[in-house]
Design a protein around this ligand. Sequence first.
Ligand SMILES: CSC[C@@H](O)[C@@H](O)C(=O)COP(=O)(O)O
Length: 368
Amino acid sequence: MSVPSITPIRWCDDGHLELLDQRALPDRHLTLDVTSADGAAEAIRAMVVRGAPAIGITAAYGVVLAALKQRGSDWQPGVEAAITILAASRPTAVNLFWALERMHQVIAIHRHEEVAPVTALLEAARTIHRQDLDDNLTMGELGADLISREAPCAVMTHCNTGALATGGHGTALGVIRSAWSRGLITHVHANETRPWLQGARLTAWELDQEGIPVTLAVDSAASLLMAQGKVGWLIVGADRIAANGDVANKIGTLALAVQARYFGVKVMVVAPSSTFDLEVASGDAIPIETRDARELTHQGERVVAPEKINIYNPVFDVTPASLIDAIVCERGVIEHPDHAGVVRMIETCRGTEVCHNLSRTYERKDPE
Ligand SMILES: CSC[C@@H](O)[C@@H](O)C(=O)COP(=O)(O)O
């Protein structure tokens, strides 16, 4: 399986991070040089880089940038402070806290050293980055195995879960790529994903680059497409999966899953084990990010709604496990997810590199 050449996150050997500015895609290909942990946190907050795994990878390199700035033996407080700033960048994707926890473990191992452990931290960040690509390739095959060989079908996806959102290949879009290469899917319906238009600007662009047939539709066309029998599977990613299998993902996923159940469309969630949060019992406890009103009141500089009215702009919602047919992670597939299935699957990851003892040390919740 060839991996797309899109590189949203690149560590440069002179000691800085280069991010593809996803706000400018698809019409402009701009990169942003990030030289500090503050810069990495701001890039995550401002959505230069987005998508749960990509946020975690960026934060890990952000910790390396912080370590590079430390001089002398009292390096640890500065790096810890940077981790706190990175953790406050976005609240929902647990991959952020998972990656910071991994970096913190490296700091703990080297805490008595005279100088900041830049080499060890860079190796840890690179491992997180590399591992994510490997996991996506594995999930791509596992997810594609669920799609019937006898009846290739069209699929629908929401938001962007591709190479741009991950270490490469993608989660849900990775399954779509793998299934397409095996001749299992005929067409992709991409929802535009308001208000940031990740589906229009990023997913449609990624698929078009590779010649995978894609039709872009307004979000509200999804139920019509399903009613017309045009969708075999709804395939989406996740930002956080609770212990009972409830899934937080891009706003609109819940509505799509409800519609899918009504119209008999199967629902597949694709996410690496770094997206599971066993410390959260159910989806109710997942912090949901709300973003600036301006995302709804403006399109660029143009005002499209009265500026002083109340605005509700949650950017994720929670789909109950009962609406999900399968969760695909790199260690296997959880069919009809529930608490027992999730715990069994994540238990199989223990003893490997994967860490699931997420620390709440750094987590910041949105104000009520
Ligand atoms: C592999 S990406 C999985 C999720 O992070 C994705 O579906 C999503 O909701 C991204 O939201 P975003 O706000 O663009 O970061």
